[in-house]
Design a protein around this ligand. Structure first.
Ligand code: IPE
Ligand code: IPE
Ligand code: MG
Length: 247
């Protein structure tokens, strides 16, 4: 049964993992796994919206991924540019707003250009947002935020004595985004790999052995159903969450 609309996580974030292993299992070059992974990105972007999700964040390239062999990094960047160029019309047709988190200013010029075009062309869509985490790392995000916060304090725009999570978090890349309700990681790995470490403080996690190129709408739906069986307590106890009248 599909999950009922009110229990659908507003924001789902996915660590898309397992492209390389998918290719290796078939005796194919790793980039072939990434190509198939892009197909999954297309499917899952629309599937999430069909299921009632309002924001989907996809971890597409981490700061640490620069350490991969140069030819793989180059191929990933070309694939990213190709994907964005191909999707521009689709985003407009399907009313998908695109935005990014991460140090996108360090990406190749061609990627930056198509990103800017797409972000600009889709910025007025409000129903559904696809967030690509590109050259993203939580630790770098905190350093960037701390630097911007310190500059704001020095300029008299923030008062150090008023520091709180509410004031500081406005300097993160995710400033105007809701926190992820559900974080999914594919490929059987059970780690965060420097992804949304602060924002996921109270997220629910689903780890699935499915490799990203094999991930389907049914897998997403199953993860959401799993999410629906959880009770998010945010530090409280169960009884506090259910008003007496509702019992
Ligand atoms: C995820 O797949 C894609 C990126 C990190 C860009 P991997 O390339 O990490 O695939 P595995 O983990 O080697 O199977
Ligand atoms: C995390 O996957 C990064 C992305 C999905 C973009 P990795 O495959 O790079 O993570 P590790 O190195 O196995 O932790
Ligand atoms: Mg991996």
């Amino acid at each position: 049964m599909p999950p009922s609309a009110e229990n659908v996580p507003h924001h789902v974030a996915i660590i898309m993992d397992g492209n390389g292993r998918w290719a290796k299992q078939r005796g194919l070059p790793r980039i072939e796994g990434h190509r198939r992974g892009v197909e999954t990105v297309r499917t899952v972007t629309l599937a999430a919206r069909d299921l009632g999700v309002r924001m989907l964040t996809l971890y597409a390239f981490s700061i640490e991924n620069w350490k991969r062999p140069q030819d793989e990094v180059g191929a990933l960047m070309s694939l990213l540019e190709y994907y964005l160029k191909k999707e521009l019309d689709t985003f407009i047709r399907d009313r998908v707003r695109l935005r990014t988190i991460g140090r996108t200013e360090e990406l190749p010029a061609g990627v930056q250009k198509i990103l800017q075009t797409t972000i600009e062309a889709t910025k007025h869509f409000t129903d559904y947002t696809l967030v690509l985490a590109l050259n993203y790392g939580s630790r770098t995000e905190v350093v960037d935020a701390a630097r911007a916060y310190a500059a704001a304090v020095a300029a008299g725009k923030e008062k150090l004595n008023d520091s709180s999570w509410a004031t500081f978090s406005r300097y993160l890349y995710t400033a105007d985004m809701p926190e992820p309700d559900l974080v999914i990681r594919t490929s059987g790995e059970t780690r965060m790999s420097n992804f949304l470490l602060l924002q996921a403080a109270y997220s629910e996690f689903v780890f699935t052995p499915v490799l990203w190129p094999d991930f389907t709408k049914a897998d997403l739906s199953a993860a959401i159903a799993d999410y629906n069986r959880r009770e998010r307590r945010f530090g409280q106890i169960s009884e506090q969450l259910k008003p007496a009248a509702a019992k």
